[in-house]
Design a protein. Structure first.
Lengths: 66, 872
């Protein structure tokens, strides 16, 4: 069974708690992040949206995802 | 979740004994002071989380909070008292630090303080960081005990507070305002990020705002940049920097003069809208009682506002009272607003007139004037709209009117401290039920206008003190709307002091944790002011840019090593508004001091004892903490800070609920009542929609400034809000095309957190945090490519350099820089060279502060060019 993460993106405000809590939990060294919050602009000024996307990174051990 | 009981962590055995325990405590990575649980294993903190038992955050903690470990265990933390050996002071000049003993350091500090206090205590300036709220009580008591009126809160007040806190206090009896997230359906944010990762009740508001969005609250965010708040908004309204009042005034005009949407009964009963105003712009008063008069429609005559029924008070009309031609204040406001057409506002703010009309209509219609709602069995008025603002909109020359104009939207539709509306943070509290302590509420003051029930400082929003020839170095006793003053650091301070005959000059600076050189304005002006002090004492965690000017530096314990008995009190500052529970928390020490670090509160008391003013400090603590027998402090006894915390808790909550109880149980909660949260209909106070007192203050202030050659423009002191442009709006110099502004990054607090390894890593990966953000199309027109190094320069020749981020999410004229970054001190190597030092753009003098409340004009017109290339 693979594990997934369900996140209501409407609630995310990009405070990085997701990324940093994971850092704190696993104590990963500098440059190694199992989870990240990505920021992405969609559209053109002034019709633009700013998206915050909490994601797993390819660095995350497979064991964490199973 | 179980918060385990724990022995006193200051026992010497903590580091050696095997332990595995969680402690209920509070965060201090920003002044939000959210509740935490800290996991310690074998004397080492391994995890910090939110505390779900507490109402303060409800188990949530932001990225900064969970990273606190990295600030604590930073090897660059100060561990020993230091004394300079190089008498020369300057930016980047090595002070030649020498380690000294605490005894030696405290002896020297006490000798300096003793001498100054005997000479003239006003010669000492006391400066405090705003980041650590627990420093407030001991620092204020130390200041009062010493006896100097010269005190400041770093860049805090100058940047965020002079407008926001004073007007919020006058209108909502609170330090700040938020939407009633649980019931609000339509919130308009003007330059504010409440609920989006920063500030007062930070994670509490994040949770509440997220729930509100999920429920369907429409959120319109007016901001030059689409970042945290605007990213989550239903609608982002890009605006030219510093023009928020133009938009708000046009919306007020639409409500009053085009849509006719006003809450008449609210204006009659809870504002000074019916007070009669004469041709001198002042209240027409009853000759016997001196009370302002209203026109009583049923009596057909003028009567004191206390004698007529609110429903009978005329809001419009022309009247003749004892030969004086007069109008109700609302009548004048209605006329005054007519000039602020949407087309006029578009020209100033760039917000399209059609959008202004639509937003006004939506706001007015969503207010549902006249409706009520039943909450916990109590029927209260229901106005589910809120206009919210904070640092961004009020950080300009027009600070006072920007805030007044935005809040006027709430006042016009009665959306003030009722269900769904704009709320102050807990302006009224019935107290802790078992002891009756902590009870406070707004009261009617002079002319029936509201006086706050509780306040953070001695400088209350209303009534204001009488302007006088200044005795304070900040000149706040002449400019009585001002809180924090630029004149403690400004380039023209000596000129101002001479002009106003200040009978002394500051000689000693006592600094707690403030990095002044970065926190206020451009570094050279602040550095020059710092170098003028004969002696500077700094208590700090790191050697920072300001340490270069200190004579003695004392190493502090941090928040994981300290105790605090009131992290979230006064409730008007940092406790979530709206329904839910009242919640009292504590901070407890989880770790011992490293090296010779000592907690600042105990150090302050020791200095007071050595310098001979401990009895005065103890008396100040009794007053500040409202301690009553048997918990009052004896004047001549030296206490530990922990004892004082214990006394405060028992004084408030009874003998069984002292510090030991709170250390074990973490939080004490009791339910809020609708009459506390939605207090406005229950408390007979009025707030001004017509600021008559400004007219009187202007006359009294200029009676002093005029003869001494300082012109104070009247247009900032008129009784009704207007739009006064920033200095940047008046710059027409060729190539100076951008309005530079700064914004709060949710991953950083002031200048402190860039030294945190995890937060620095997050900020380096973030596309915006350490960059200079410019609109993509505008940047391309200027020949700039994303990521290239640029130089940004002001008309005064001050400049910064950094990487440009070309973005669609910023106004075409804007240039956005995050936080207070760009450190250069060796003592914070992680922070050094990261990000951009925005405050370098800020001039510090009379011409760059609001001439009514001293708020800095926190924007600058700048020129942008490639490094090594031509401008443009």
């Amino acid at each position: 069974m693979r594990r997934g993460t369900v996140i209501d993106l409407k609630r995310c405000i990009g405070c990085y708690a997701y990324q940093l809590s994971c850092k704190a939990e696993h104590g990963t060294p500098p440059g190694v992040l199992f989870a990240r919050v990505l920021k992405h602009e969609e559209g053109q000024y002034p019709t633009v949206r700013q998206l915050f996307l909490p994601v797993w990174t390819p660095m995350a051990p497979r064991a964490l995802l199973r | 979740m179980i918060v385990q009981a724990e022995d006193k962590p200051s026992s010497a055995s903590v580091e050696k004994r095997h332990d595995d325990a969680w402690f209920a405590s509070t965060c201090a990575l920003c002044y939000g002071t959210c509740s935490t649980r800290v996991h310690r294993v074998d004397g080492v903190v391994v995890k910090i989380e939110g505390n779900p038992d507490s109402s303060i955050g409800k188990g949530r903690l932001c990225g900064k909070g969970v990273s606190g470990i990295m600030s604590h265990y930073d090897p660059n933390r100060l561990k020993r008292p230091l004394k300079r050996t190089n008498p020369k002071k300057g930016i980047g000049v090595d002070p030649g630090w020498k380690e000294i003993s605490w005894d030696e350091a405290l002896d020297e500090v006490a000798a300096v303080l003793k001498r100054v206090r005997a000479d003239d205590p006003r010669k000492m300036v006391i400066q405090r960081t705003t980041t650590l709220t627990s420093s407030y009580v001991p620092m204020v008591a130390f200041t009062s005990g010493f006896g100097t009126p010269n005190t400041s809160a770093s860049g805090g007040g100058l940047h965020c507070g002079n407008g926001a806190h004073m007007i919020s206090g006058a209108m909502h009896a609170s330090w700040s305002i938020v939407p009633d997230f649980e019931y609000c359906n339509y919130a308009v944010y003007f330059g504010a990020s409440k609920g989006h990762g920063a500030g007062h009740a930070s994670t509490s508001n994040m949770g509440l705002a997220a729930e509100a969005r999920s429920r369907g609250m429409k959120m319109v965010v007016v901001d030059p940049m689409c970042n945290f708040a605007a990213a989550k908004a239903s609608e982002w309204v890009p605006i030219r920097v510093g023009t928020d009042a133009a938009l708000a005034l046009a919306m007020c005009n639409m409500l009053v003069n085009e849509l006719g949407i006003i809450d008449g009964p609210y204006l009659q009963a809870r504002t000074n809208a019916p007070y009669l105003i004469g041709p001198d712009k002042l209240y027409v008063r009853d000759p016997d009682t001196n009370k302002p008069l209203v026109w009583d429609r049923s009596a057909g005559g003028a009567r004191p506002y206390t004698d007529a029924l609110a429903a009978d008070m005329a809001l419009e009309g022309e009247f003749e009272v004892r030969g004086i031609h007069c109008h109700p204040a609302f009548h004048l406001l209605k006329d005054h607003l007519q000039k602020f057409t949407p087309e006029w506002a578009e020209g100033i703010s760039t917000v399209p007139a059609a959008s202004i009309r639509r937003l006004s209509r939506e706001f007015g219609e969503e207010a549902r004037i006249g409706s009520t709602i039943v909450i916990d069995g109590v029927t209260v008025p229901y106005r589910p709209v809120a206009a919210i603002t904070f640092r961004g909109a009020q950080g300009h020359l027009n600070s006072v009117y920007n805030y007044i104009a935005i809040d006027l939207l709430n006042q016009l539709v009665g959306a003030a401290d009722v269900a769904g509306s704009c709320l102050g943070f807990n302006p009224a509290c019935s107290g802790y039920p078992e002891t009756g302590r902590l009870r406070y509420s707004p009261t009617p003051g002079e002319d029936g206008l509201m006086v706050t029930g509780i306040w953070m400082t001695r400088h209350i929003p209303y009534p204001l003190a009488e302007p006088r020839l200044p005795q304070t170095a900040g000149l706040g006793d002449l400019f009585v709307m001002g809180r924090t003053s630029p004149f403690l650091s400004s380039s023209d301070q000596e000129e101002m002091w001479q002009k106003f005959e200040l009978p002394y000059r500051p000689e000693v600076l006592f600094n707690f944790g403030s990095n002044l050189v970065m926190a206020i304005g451009n570094k050279d002006t602040v550095a020059a002011a710092l170098a003028r002090y004969r002696f500077v004492i700094s208590i700090d965690l790191f050697l920072n840019e300001t340490s270069d000017f200190a004579d003695i530096v004392l190493p502090d314990c941090d928040y994981l090593q300290s105790v605090d008995s009131r992290p979230n009190f006064p409730f008007i500052f940092n406790h979530p508004a709206g329904m839910g529970d009242w919640c009292w928390t504590v901070r407890q020490p989880v770790l011992e001091a490293q090296g010779e670090q000592r907690p600042h509160a105990d150090v302050l008391m020791e200095i007071a004892e050595r310098a001979g003013f401990l009895p005065d400090m103890n008396m100040a603590l009794n007053a500040q903490l409202n301690l009553e027998a048997p918990y009052r402090l004896a004047p001549d006894r030296r206490y530990r800070w922990e004892d004082i915390c214990d006394a405060e808790l028992k004084n408030n909550f009874g003998p069984e609920r002292g510090l030991a109880w709170f250390k074990q149980n973490g939080v004490l909660k009791w339910p809020k009542k609708p009459q506390e949260v939605y207090w406005r209909p229950y408390i007979d106070v009025r707030v001004p929609i017509y600021w008559e007192n400004l007219v009187r203050i202007y006359d009294k202030t200029t009676a002093i400034t005029g003869p001494r050659g300082l012109a104070v423009p009247r247009r900032y002191y008129e009784p009704m809000p207007d739009f006064n442009p920033c200095v940047s709006h008046q710059c027409k110099t060729k190539d100076f095309d951008f309005y530079a502004f700064y914004y709060r990054d949710s991953v950083h607090t002031n200048s402190y957190t860039m030294e945190n390894a995890w937060l620095d890593e997050a900020a380096r990966l973030d596309p915006y945090s350490y960059a200079i953000v410019i609109n993509r199309a505008t940047g391309k027109r200027h020949g700039l490519a994303d990521g290239e190094a640029i130089r940004v320069e002001t008309e005064h020749g001050r400049h910064v350099e950094g990487r440009v981020c070309l973005s669609e999410a910023i106004h075409p004229e804007g240039l956005g820089i995050a936080a207070c970054a760009g450190h250069w001190a060796e003592g914070m190597p992680m922070a050094k060279g990261k990000g951009v030092f925005f405050n370098e753009f800020l001039e510090l003098d009379w011409n760059h502060v609001s001439p009514i409340n001293f708020n800095l004009d926190i924007c600058a017109k700048v020129k942008v060019g490639r490094i090594g290339g031509a401008a443009r």
